[in-house]
Design a protein around this ligand. Structure first.
Ligand SMILES: C[S@@+](CC[C@H](N)C(=O)[O-])C[C@H]1O[C@@H](n2cnc3c(N)ncnc32)[C@H](O)[C@@H]1O
Length: 235
């Protein structure tokens, strides 16, 4: 996965955002020292920590997996970033972060897990300061009625859902190059000789499922901004 996605060797990813995508995300976030990034559904914290390392920003990572959060905390210590990194257990819909407390929000390949999705987008709007950014990478169905795809993915339409959550300057861009790398990854995974390794077996099963409906999804990068003059309000 690391070779095909081109990620730095010490970045612990549990998603499919490769190096080219990470570069675009870093540039869209436009963070610097003294700024704070919230990495929601952060997993082991790989992307948030890498962005903190590149930009000098602080990162607060939220995930509902206690195990992932412990691993992220350990990783922050190993990378010498513990003074700028804070990982906490929380939900996409209830992060526990204070209102307008972060400069940017990042959600890598996880927004589809939010239940319900609109509440998670409203939570992003609540925690980001006026003028702050939200960046989401995910997949969207080309046809929301395509029953081959999971309902989680079919519900996503960020070009409509981010404005409803109160964001402006919404742009949802197709990423065919990222998608081609994913295709290569799943194809190669299926060529590896089947073994008793449960992780490899699971990856191959996932590859078969993904490739069977590959033509039904598009890869997207969504960027948006909280309005500058409008503080968050619960109504
Ligand atoms: C595909 S992994 C991506 C992790 C990380 N963003 C990355 O790119 O490496 C999905 C992550 O979402 C987390 N997750 C799923 N549903 C969640 C929820 N409702 N609230 C918080 N985290 C959630 C999982 O625990 C997992 O770490």
């Amino acid at each position: 996965m690391r070779r095909v996605l081109g990620l730095p060797p010490d970045l612990q990813s549990t998603s499919l955002l490769g190096e080219a995508g990470l570069d675009e995300v870093v540039s869209a976030l436009d963070l610097c020292a003294e700024r704070t990034l919230a990495d929601l559904a952060c997993g082991r914290g790989g992307y948030g920590l890498e962005i903190a390392r590149r930009s000098g920003c602080r990162v607060v990572g939220i995930d509902f997996s206690v195990v992932a959060i412990e691993q992220a905390q350990r990783r922050a210590r190993e990378l010498g970033l513990a003074d700028r990194a804070d990982f906490r257990v929380g939900e996409l819909t209830a992060t526990g972060l204070s209102t307008a407390s972060v400069d940017a929000v990042l959600i890598v390949d996880s927004i589809q897990f939010a239940e319900p999705l609109p509440d998670a987008l409203r939570e992003c709007r609540r925690i980001v300061r006026p003028g702050g950014r939200v960046i989401v990478t995910c997949w969207e169905a080309l046809d929301a009625d395509d029953e081959r795809l999971s309902p989680r993915l079919r519900q996503l339409d960020l070009a409509r859902q981010l404005p409803r959550a109160g964001f402006v300057d919404v742009e949802v861009t197709d990423k065919p190059v990222w998608r081609r790398a994913e295709h290569a990854l799943w194809r190669e995974a299926l060529t590896v000789e089947i073994s008793d390794d449960p992780a490899l077996r699971s990856m191959q099963e996932e590859g078969q499922r993904v490739l069977a409906t590959f033509d039904g999804l598009r890869r997207v990068l969504a960027t948006a901004r909280a309005p500058r003059a409008v503080p968050w309000s619960p109504t």
